[in-house]
Write a protein that binds this ligand. Structure first.
Ligand code: GDP
Ligand code: IMO
Ligand code: MG
Length: 429
C-alpha cells in the first residue's frame, strides 16, 4: 500500500505534520518535487522542527527517507539541514538517500530568481528567492547540473563552463551584476559532492524494492495543487508538479504502484506570495485567522494571506489529483467564529461558475458565492476522535466532504503530532 500525501490548496496545509503522523506506519518516505522553498513543520510533544528538503519521516527512527529525482537541491542548504537535525539528535546517516538524478541549485539560480523578481519587467510572483524557478528552467532546458555531476570533476567543469557562458552574460549585461567564477564554483560544488557522496545513490532500485515488497511508501508533496506549474494559478505558481502525477515522474515509481492519494487541506485557506485568491479576507476575520492559526511562512516568515475555505478549489484539486481521502487540518483555528463561510461558486460579471476557471483573468475578478455554516465555541484541541467533536464541527466537516466529494480520513485539531486522529482507511485494503 503506497500513498501520496499532497497539498490541496496553495501550500502550508500541514503536509509535514500529516506525513510525520503517517510515517509511523510507513517503511519509506520520498519527496518528489520542489526544493527548499518548502517549509514543513512537525511538532512532537511541544518540540518544533521545520524541514525544508529532507522528508518529514526523518523524525521517526528507522524510516528510509529519499529525496527523489524530481527535487531541486541546494547542496549548501542541504548540509545545513543535516547539521540542524544532527544537533537535535536525529540520526540521518543510515536513512537518507538522494537521487543521483536530482537537479542542483547553484548560486546563479538564486541570484537570477531575486533579480527576476526585483529588476525584470514581468510582474512579481513573490517567490521564496531560493532559486527554484531558474533551476527548473535549466533542467527543462537540458543544461542543468545533477547531483551525480557533483561527484565527477570533468563533467562538472564542462557543465559549469557551458552554463556560465550564458548566465554570466545575462547577469552582467542585462542585470549589471558581477559574474561568477567557474573555478570558485567548481571547487565549492566538488566539496559539497564529497560531503554528500554517501547519500547520493541510484534510488530507483531502492524504491522499486520498497513498493514491490510489503513496505509502505509515502510520497511527500511540497507546495500545493494551486501552485502546480500545470494546474495552479499560472503564472503565480512554483515551477514543478506538486500534484499527484509528480509523485511518479519525480521518483520513478509508476502510477500503478500508487494506491491512494490523500489531500491535505486547511479548514480555511491561506496563500503566501502574489496571485489571485478569491476568498481572501482583508478584514478583521482575516486577521483573526492569521493570529489564531499563526499564519506566518515557515520558510520566509512572510505573513500568509488568509481566507475562507474554497470548495471550488478543493473540488478541482480532488479531480486533478484523483484524491481518495482528505486530511483536514487547523479545525481548532475556527473555534470561536460564529458564522463560518464556505465558497461554493464564483460569480464573474453576472455569470456563476461552479468549476475552477483556467482563465486567470476571470479568477482575479471572481466574487465568491458563500454557504454559511454555524460555528462552535468549544475548545477542540484535546479531542481524540470524531464523535468527541462538537456537532457544528462535525456538520462543517460533512459539508466539506460533500462539496469536495472526498471523505475526510484524517482530522487535525492542533499542531502537535498527538492532536491528530484517523477517521477512515489509511493503510488497510
Ligand atoms: P506544510 O508546508 O504543508 O507542511 O505546512 P507548514 O508547516 O508550512 O504550515 C502549517 C502550520 O500549521 C505549521 O505551523 C503547523 O505546525 C501548523 N498546524 C498543522 N496542523 C495544525 C492544526 O491542526 N492546528 C493548528 N493550530 N496548527 C496546525
Ligand atoms: P510548502 O511545501 C506556500 C509559493 C511562493 C510563491 C510561489 C513561487 O511549505 O507548502 P518559488 O520560490 O517556489 O518559485 O515561489 O510559490 N511557495 C509556497 N507557498 N508553501 C510552500 O511550500 C511554497 N513554496 C513556494 O510563496 O508564491
Ligand atoms: Mg510550508
Amino acid at each position: 500500500m503506497n500513498l501520496v500525501v499532497l497539498g490541496v490548496q496553495w501550500g502550508d496545509e500541514g503536509k509535514g505534520k500529516i506525513i510525520d503522523f503517517l510515517a509511523e506506519g510507513a517503511g519509506a518516505v520520498v519527496r518528489y518535487q520542489g526544493g527548499n522553498n518548502a517549509g514543513h513543520t512537525v511538532v512532537i510533544a511541544g518540540r518544533k522542527f521545520v524541514l525544508h528538503l529532507i522528508p518529514s519521516g526523518i523524525l521517526h527512527k528507522g524510516k528510509a527517507c529519499i529525496i527523489g529525482n524530481g527535487v531541486v537541491i541546494d547542496p549548501k542548504y542541504l548540509l545545513e539541514e543535516i547539521a540542524y537535525l544532527r544537533k537535535n539528535g536525529i540520526n540521518i546517516k543510515n536513512y537518507l538517500t538522494i537521487s543521483e538524478n536530482a537537479s542542483v541549485i547553484l548560486p546563479y539560480h538564486k541570484l537570477l530568481d531575486t533579480l527576476s523578481e526585483t529588476k525584470s519587467k514581468k510582474g512579481k510572483i513573490g517567490t521564496t528567492s531560493r532559486g527554484i524557478g531558474p533551476a527548473y528552467v535549466d533542467k527543462v532546458g537540458r543544461l542543468g547540473i545533477r547531483m551525480v555531476d557533483l561527484l565527477n570533476k570533468k563533467v562538472l567543469a564542462e557543465k559549469l563552463e557551458n552554463n556560465l557562458a550564458l548566465k554570466n552574460f545575462i547577469i552582467t549585461r542585462y542585470y549589471g551584476e558581477k559574474a561568477y567564477s567557474k573555478e570558485q564554483l567548481l571547487k565549492e560544488y566538488l566539496g559539497y559532492g564529497r560531503s554528500l557522496k554517501k547519500y547520493i545513490k541510484n534510488t530507483f532500485p531502492v524504491l522499486f524494492q520498497q513498493v514491490k515488497g510489503e513496505k509502505r511508501v509515502l510520497f511527500e508533496g511540497a507546495q500545493g495543487t494551486m501552485l502546480d506549474i500545470d494546474f495552479g494559478t499560472y503564472p503565480y505558481v512554483t515551477s514543478s508538479n506538486a500534484t499527484a502525477g509528480g509523485a511518479s515522474t519525480g521518483t520513478g515509481v509508476g502510477p500503478g504502484a500508487i494506491d491512494r492519494v490523500i489531500g491535505v487541506t486547511k479548514a480555511y485557506t491561506t496563500r503566501v506570495g502574489e496571485g489571485p485568491f478569491p476568498t481572501e479576507l482583508t478584514d478583521s476575520t482575516g486577521e483573526f485567522l492569521r493570529k489564531q492559526g499563526n499564519e506566518f511562512g515557515a520558510t520566509t516568515g512572510r505573513p500568509r494571506r488568509c481566507g475562507w475555505f474554497d470548495a471550488v478549489v478543493s473540488k478541482y484539486s480532488a479531480m486533478v489529483n484523483g484524491l481518495t481521502g482528505l486530511a483536514i487540518t487547523k479545525l481548532d483555528v475556527l473555534t470561536g467564529i460564529k458564522e463560518i463561510k464556505i465558497c461554493v461558486a464564483y460569480k464573474v460579471g453576472g455569470k456563476t461558475y461552479k468549476d475552477f476557471p483556467a482563465d486567470m483573468e476571470k479568477l482575479a475578478k471572481a466574487k465568491p458565492v458563500y454557504k454559511i455554516m454555524k460555528g462552535w465555541s468549544e475548545d477542540i484541541t484535546g479531542v481524540k476522535k470524531y464523535s468527541g467533536l462538537p456537532k457544528n464541527t462535525r456538520l462543517y466537516i460533512k459539508e466539506l466532504e460533500k462539496l469536495t466529494g472526498v471523505k475526510a480520513v484524517i482530522l487535525s485539531v492542533g499542531p502537535d503530532r498527538s492532536q491528530t486522529f484517523i477517521q477512515g482507511k489509511i493503510w488497510e485494503k
